[in-house]
Design a protein around this ligand. Structure first.
Ligand code: HDE
Length: 733
């Protein structure tokens, strides 16, 4: 992608697809064509065109005659262009997707008959689309928002969609409120400001007026609202679904995805800057990881409650503003998903994919969750206005199993169905309904008795206990981040009524939280708060999901200038590449940079103005007297180091670079602890010399096995140096 990944990292990911994933890829191949040098330019009706450059004109004496509207080629081109846009999604407009595969490793035959969840030999092709919610298609990736996590399983029994988010709860309990929450969150109607932000009066006005949203806004104000990468997010089905087993027994279930790489976030200052510096940050990150062969993986988990236990909890298990705490309903991890193939074309695949919560396969069903039932109507409906009634025939949406029925016609029908009858029953017995044994979807025979009324159960009316549970379960760092996020958001509300009421609302969670935000925002400080019994659920903290310690696909900038230490540079570059990190060489200029020995040179990937520290996970600065002298005099280079330090990133320095880093961060790179032991200071990893003496040592460094590289890798794999923040150093630079 546009030179962002060094060529050495550009492996062909497309080869690594299994046979079952291949089923969908084969299907897509029927509709896929390559633009080749052998092919010739034609109109849409297949006639070859002699030019794509000149409209048909009347050529006058001086060759400047009028253009002729009769030109069918030119008109086709312009008219096709005029109609290129389709309506963007009303929510989740900005997204990015990829292909992959899903495999179940622990059959849940005890819970369902759906082979996608029971057959451990089966590989199911999937397409996943990640998204932000509030922004329009052209907005930025790193804004504070919920992220969509929608998975389409192309199973042999039909398509199954889990249309989830990276946060396990929702703002509202009843689907009828959806237009209100979305109107309130989107840009305000009078001036269409702000884009892709919840930091405005209307959003927070809604939050106050809907106390059921309290739990969810605490999640969006936490670090979950600013993920480091789509690859490092959990996914949640949010709604309560059901599973039915062969005995006809029903369980209520929730679905979860947990990333192998752990759950990690940006820091807010970084997210804000990235929104301008690299609005495609998450989109590129996913693309680059897949292109380089670092395929992201998620474990698939379920929480299940037998039907008989539905009312045994102090919350309603059909209320989408509540989690099912792990100590009450543990998650059982049963499968794994891997994303391993980028799309061939964004529009026909990522944009035209159409998810519907109503798409389930036999063995999987719905519950009376009042949000889910509304969603089942809404998604189908919205696809019709976005893509037309035949949206399920589009290549990305069509199932891998046969589709046969008497639904006919409509705009843009693709399938040509032969035969003289288009109804059932018919005299030929063509296309009869399936029996249970043949795999028909059979609705669960749920007993229903009651009165018609617009109401919610009493348990739905309790709105604060899980907001408190979430707050209580945060680590001290996470709590600090939530305070800062709330202070930022309410600072952007100009209406005194809005932020005063919201500060009061915070006292329904925690008095100290409300009072701290009040000081920052300037609102009236509450004197009393709701009592908080102090219950905790550790699995709500994202720090509970550190993931596999790896530096794969992490971006590491190597800063050099003319006169850099070639030996240290080579060793570090080789070590990072072999660990499948992405080393990005950055210099004051993008033209060749000469090493201290005068004999070697390097072509950097970027220069200091082009790439910013926000776009990488860590910095490495090799020594070299002249190189460091140049960097020390360069304001941008100093800013790079300071900013990376402020954003809690790991900084590695060898030889002369140690002094440069110390100057930039105004701290010693080595601290001596009370027991007299010298330690690297707050994630700054240094070594006086990185000089592999032998071939064996070069190989060891390349494996990341030597002392300095090992420490440096370890720190990167920890994601951030939190001690730096705890010591109050992150804001100081
Ligand atoms: Fe959606 N949502 N939603 N939503 N949602 C849409 O469908 C809706 C909700 C989610 O990548 C729309 O195709 C209603 C919860 C994702 O294409 C629309 C309600 C969750 C995506 C719609 C909700 C989601 C959407 C807009 C309340 C998490 C993007 C375009 C009852 C579990 C899917 C579209 C993609 C998209 C309606 C609430 C997740 C209008 C009515 C809860 C990930 O149909």
């Amino acid at each position: 992608m546009s030179g962002l990944v060094p060529e050495t990292m550009q492996k062909v990911a497309h080869a690594a697809v299994g046979p079952r994933q291949g089923d969908k890829l084969k299907d897509l191949a029927h509709s896929t064509k390559d633009m080749t040098a052998e092919g010739r330019l034609t109109t849409d009706y297949g006639v070859k065109q002699s030019t794509a450059d000149d409209w048909l004109k009347v050529v006058t004496k001086d060759q400047t005659g009028p253009m002729l509207l009769e030109d069918p080629f030119a008109r086709e081109r312009i008219m096709r262009f005029d109609h290129e846009r389709i309506p963007e999604r009303v929510v989740h407009a900005r997204g990015s997707g990829a292909f992959g595969k899903f495999k179940v490793f622990d059959s849940i035959q005890d819970l369902t008959i759906a082979p996608v969840l029971t057959d451990t030999s089966r590989e199911t092709p999937v397409f996943v689309r990640f998204s932000t919610v509030l922004g329009s298609r052209g907005s930025a990736d790193t804004v504070r928002d919920v992220r969509g996590f929608a998975v389409k399983f192309y199973t042999q029994e039909g398509n199954w969609d889990i249309v989830g988010n990276d946060i396990p709860v929702f703002f509202i309990q009843d689907a009828i409120k959806f237009p209100d929450i979305i109107h309130a969150g989107k840009p305000e109607p009078h001036n269409e400001v702000p884009q892709a932000q919840s930091a405005h009066n209307n959003f927070w006005d809604f939050q106050f007026n809907h106390s059921e949203a309290t739990h969810m806004f605490m999640w969006t104000m936490s670090d979950r609202g600013i993920p480091r990468s789509y690859r490092m997010m959990q996914g949640f089905g949010v709604n309560t679904y059901t599973l039915v087993n062969a005995k006809g027994e029903r369980h209520f279930v929730k679905f979860t995805w947990t990333p192998e790489l752990g759950v990690h976030s940006l820091v807010w200052d970084e997210a804000l800057k990235l929104a301008g510096q690299d609005p495609d940050f998450h989109r590129k990150d996913l693309w680059e990881a897949i292109a380089s062969g670092a395929f992201p993986k998620w474990k698939f988990g379920i929480q299940a409650i037998p039907e008989a236990d539905e009312h045994k909890f102090d919350f309603d298990i059909l209320d989408a503003t509540k989690v099912w705490p792990e100590d009450l309903v543990p998650t059982r991890y049963i499968g794994e998903m891997e994303l391993n193939r980028n799309v061939d074309e964004f529009f026909t695949q990522t944009e035209q994919i159409a998810f519907c919560t109503s798409h389930v396969v036999p063995g999987i069903g719905f519950s009376d969750d009042p949000l889910l039932v509304g969603r089942n109507f809404s998604y189908f409906d919205t696809q019709i206005s976005r893509l037309g009634i035949n949206f399920q025939e589009l290549p990305i949406n069509r199932p891998v199993c046969p589709v046969m029925n008497f639904n006919r016609d409509g705009a843009m029908r693709h399938a040509i169905t032969r035969g003289t009858v288009n109804y059932w029953p018919n005299r030929f017995e063509a296309c009869p309904p399936a029996t249970h044994e043949e795999g028909a979807y059979v609705e669960y025979a749920q007993k229903v008795a009651g009165i018609k009324a617009r109401m919610r159960s009493n348990k739905f009316k309790e709105h604060f206990s899980q907001a408190q549970l979430f707050w209580n379960s945060m680590s001290p760092i996470e709590k600090q981040h939530i305070i800062k996020a709330l202070s930022f958001e309410l600072d952007h509300c100009e209406d005194l009524l809005v932020y005063t009421r919201m500060i009061q609302r915070l006292a329904d969670i925690d008095l100290n939280l409300a009072q701290t935000v009040a000081v920052a925002v300037g609102g009236e400080s509450p004197k009393e708060g709701r009592s908080n019994p102090g219950r905790r659920a550790p699995a709500l903290s994202q720090h509970e999901f550190p993931g596999k310690p790896t530096i794969q696909a992490r971006r590491v900038a190597i800063l050099i200038a003319d006169g850099y230490d070639q030996v240290a540079y080579d060793a570090a570059y080789a070590a990072l590449s072999s660990a499948m990190a992405t080393p990005l060489v950055v210099g004051p200029k993008r033209s060749k940079i000469t090493a201290a020995n005068g004999a070697n040179s390097t072509q950097p990937h970027h220069h200091l103005e082009g790439l910013r520290s926000t776009m990488v996970d860590a910095l490495l600065i090799p020594g070299g007297t002249q190189s460091i002298e140049t960097l020390s005099k360069n304001g941008r280079a100093l800013h790079w180091v300071r900013e990376a330090f402020g954003h809690l990133k790991v900084i590695g320095a060898t030889g002369e670079a140690i002094g440069f880093v110390e100057k930039a961060i105004s701290l010693p790179s080595v601290v001596v602890s009370s027991d007299g032991e010298a330690k690297d200071s707050y994630g700054v990893v240094t070594v006086k010399e990185l000089r592999p003496e032998s071939l064996k040592e070069v190989v060891e460094i390349a494996k990341g096995a030597t002392g300095f590289m090992e420490k440096f890798f370890y720190e990167i794999a920890q994601h951030r140096c939190w001690e730096r923040e705890l010591a109050g150093l992150s804001d100081a630079v």
